[in-house]
Design a protein around this ligand. Structure first.
Ligand code: ADP
Ligand code: ZN
Length: 734
């Protein structure tokens, strides 16, 4: 490929190959008006049209008379070489066909239609032959606006007249209308506004990051710092440096809810709002940001994992905040880990990558140890705030009544915290009211009809809900199996039930539940967070949504109601996840200077479990060493490489038989020394009505696993009723 500074230009009548987001991949087309490699074009495809990207010279082999012409070149920046290269490499790594990668990058409604226009009306100066009160009302609005043009809806709202009146005035030539694009640009961020006065420790780290950005060569750094050490403050210095050199910055955050607080912080620091990219923005904003990223007209983008596929013109820095967060792994469609892909993208574009965490993933920790990444540390909290004191509460000794989950010791600490005027947080990673509904008569556990899982009661919504497929049903009066009347019993706590218990214990306290069940309204959730932050709540009851990044300045106590929850199960990362989650949650306590040290209490049935012990001791290096040693013995990631193969279909026997056939003919995998296990029914054996089996492939880290998987898969004719998904580096083993 030629260097980007001299992009390959094609003129009319030349042949190019165009990548389209269809299984067919690339197709040859004749150029009708000049294009370059990366030009976004509309091409005819069968009887329809498709948006594609010029990928290179035509492959030829098709009679010229049968070739079709490119319809038009869209008025957007071409995908540059690092971007195209990134799509190819990310696709190869994740075994995802290139057309699907392209879809990730161009999944914006009406990409080439330009920005939406709006129609504005203004008076021409002509008087209507017949003046009615309604017409006068409309015309008077313009006088009051000093002659400024207005939209139809403004006129209707201000004058009280109907749309017909306005249109009538246009017909009479009294009003003129014109279309104007909604052209809102992103503000220039000012990197030179002063931030906080950094501590010497922070300054050293910030200087290091800044020099890295200025160097203009790729490198990945792990920034590890305890919660409240000023990691964000420090990496904003690197952001400032990147903006100064006129390159773009991408900050990835794991939760949208997190962005509101973060956006405000950006505004305070740089005097303007960044581009925002997540599921809560409108299609128009999406299109605007996509275009601006390509044209280099937005300096800083803050977004969820899919922001990685924005067509940045000149990306100089990618920050992955809370890099260990599980939500960076996209679990549907193209399965990619945004953290790893961020590093790949940076490396292909001579950009810096900074992975940020208080509790890094074992992968990143290992990459530091092998010298692939470097590491910077912020070991102390800012100001007078100390790390919280962490203690275990032995549930074997707490002797809780059935249906009770808050131990006496925890309740006592909550009372004291309230007395000090501080907030308590009860952490339980379970949405809804109760995870299980059973019939006392026949023992039936109410499950989802489409999935192999139990329905979760959501008392507030008065529904049972499947947390896998989202299906809901009314809460039944009678057992659906035996019909017994009134025999259904809820078992175990969810946050809603815990809130009931807290209300009983603390009738005068203001209690707020924060979980992802916020009816999809991001704005409302942000508002509730803000109320909590301002101290409008005494007791917060939350799922893992609150474990990340939020600053609750008045939080004195954290109680983990069930610290063992994520320890159960055979998940490869159970220990790692528990360690990270509990350390993060505990770190919420005592962040600002409350005048006393924060407290974290972990309720556990296994206070002697090595993971619980490691959390209590706060000795993370020792924990990583032990965890790494175990994984090394098992040949598990990050020492070996895993691929999960998930087969699903409507017929159990057919899926299982096909899985067996795949395992029988695994020669291409054997040849690279890989081991193959299964097929076994997946832990979630049924999902959305489809039966699921898993095959696990284990290979050595440097083995050419992806190529072998492709060779292996290509041996089979896969029936239309069976779906096969390849998950490289699986996070979830469901
Ligand atoms: P982390 O990302 O490590 O949790 P933050 O960057 O969010 O830490 O900092 C924690 C709090 O301390 C924030 O409210 C931040 O504004 C404040 N802070 C950080 N560094 C400084 C500093 N040098 N001087 C004053 N306040 C600071
Ligand atoms: Zn379901």
């Amino acid at each position: 490929m030629p260097a980007e500074s001299e992009p390959r230009v094609w003129g009319e009548g030349e042949l190019v190959s165009v990548l389209v987001p269809r299984p067919i991949g690339t197709l040859d087309y004749l150029v009708s008006q000049g294009v370059v490699t990366g030009s976004v074009v509309e091409v005819p495809l069968a009887n329809s049209r498709e948006i594609g990207v010029v990928w290179g010279p035509g492959q030829g082999g098709v009679e010229r008379s049968r070739l079709r012409k490119i319809n038009r070149v869209l008025d957007v920046a071409p995908l540059n070489r690092p971007m195209r290269h990134f799509l190819e490499r990310a696709g190869a790594y994740t075994v995802t066909p290139l057309p699907i990668m392209l879809r990730l990058a161009t999944r914006v409604p009406g990409i080439g239609d330009g920005m939406p226009v709006r129609t504005l009306f203004h008076p021409t100066g002509t008087e209507p032959a017949k003046m009615t009160p309604a017409r006068r009302n409309v015309l008077e609005q313009f006088e009051q606006r000093g002659g400024m043009p207005a939209t139809m809806s403004e006129l209707i709202e201000l004058s009280g007249a109907g749309a017909g009146v306005v249109r009538g005035l246009v017909k009479l030539g009294v009003l003129a209308q014109e279309k104007r694009p909604r052209d809102i640009t992103y503000p220039r961020l000012d990197p030179d506004r002063p931030g906080f006065e950094l501590t010497p420790e922070q300054r050293a780290v910030a200087d290091n990051l800044r020099q890295g950005v200025a160097s203009g060569i790729y490198h990945c750094t792990l920034l590890k710092g305890v919660t409240g050490s000023g990691k964000t403050e420090v990496y904003l210095e690197a952001v400032a440096e990147c903006l100064r050199t006129d390159r773009q910055v991408l900050v990835l955050l794991p939760e949208i809810a997190l962005t509101a607080e973060f956006i405000q912080r950006i505004e305070d620091r740089f005097g303007g709002r960044p581009g925002e990219w997540h599921s809560g923005i409108t299609g128009t904003e999406r299109k605007r940001l996509w275009r601006a990223a390509g044209e280099g007209k937005v300096g800083l983008v803050v977004g969820a994992r899919s922001a990685l596929f924005l067509p940045f013109r000149n990306l100089g820095l990618i920050i992955v905040d809370e890099e260990n967060d599980g939500s960076y792994k996209q679990e549907e469609g193209a399965l990619y880990n945004a953290r790893d892909m961020a590093v790949l993208r940076a490396s292909l574009g001579a950009a810096r990558a900074v992975l940020v965490s208080a509790t890094p993933s074992l992968e990143s920790w290992h990459n530091v140890r092998t010298g692939k990444y470097s590491r910077l540390n912020l070991p102390t909290r800012i100001g007078a705030a100390e790390l919280p004191e962490i203690m275990a509460i032995d549930l074997r000794e707490a002797r809780l009544d059935s249906g009770r989950w808050i131990s006496g010791a925890l309740a006592h600490a909550m009372r004291e915290t309230r007395g000090n005027g501080h907030q308590s947080l009860l952490f339980l990673n379970r949405r809804g009211y109760a995870p299980l509904t059973v019939c006392r008569e026949c023992g039936e556990q109410i499950g989802c009809s489409e999935c192999d899982t139990r329905m979760v009661e959501h008392r507030f919504a008065r529904r049972l809900m499947c947390h896998l497929c989202g299906r809901t049903t009314p809460i039944p009066e009678n057992c659906p199996a035996c019909g017994a009347d009134g025999g259904l019993r809820t078992v175990g706590p969810g946050v809603e039930r815990l809130a009931d218990e807290a209300r009983e214990l603390f009738p005068d306290s203001r209690i707020e539940i924060l979980s992802s069940d916020f009816s999809g309204n991001v704005a409302e959730f942000r508002q509730r967070l803000e109320i909590v932050r301002r101290g409008g709540t005494d007791i917060i009851i939350g799922t893992q949504i609150i474990a990340k990044g939020h600053n609750f300045p008045r939080l004195g106590l954290v109680g983990a109601v069930d610290a063992d929850l994520s320890l159960h199960g055979s998940d490869l990362r159970a220990a790692e996840r528990t360690f990270q989650l509990m350390t993060q949650v505990a770190g919420r306590a005592g962040r600002a200077d409350l005048g006393r040290r924060g407290i974290a209490m972990l309720q556990t049935w296994q206070p002697d479990h090595p993971v619980i012990q490691a959390i209590l001791a706060g000795n993370d290096e020792e924990f990583w060493e032990a965890e790494a040693a175990e994984r090394q013995i098992a040949g598990a990631p990050p020492f070996g490489r895993y691929a999960g193969i998930i087969l699903s279909g409507n017929s159990v026997s057919m899926v299982e038989e096909f899985g067996r056939e795949m395992v029988r003919r695994c020669e291409p995998l054997r040849r690279i020394g890989a081991q193959i296990f299964g097929p076994a029914p997946a832990p979630v054996a049924k999902l959305r009505g489809r039966f699921r089996f898993r095959i696990l492939v284990k290979a050595e880290r440097e083995a050419p696993l992806q190529a072998a998987l492709l060779r292996w898969k290509s041996q089979f004719r896969i029936p239309g009723s069976i779906r096969i998904v390849i998950d490289i580096d699986p996070q979830s083993f469901m």
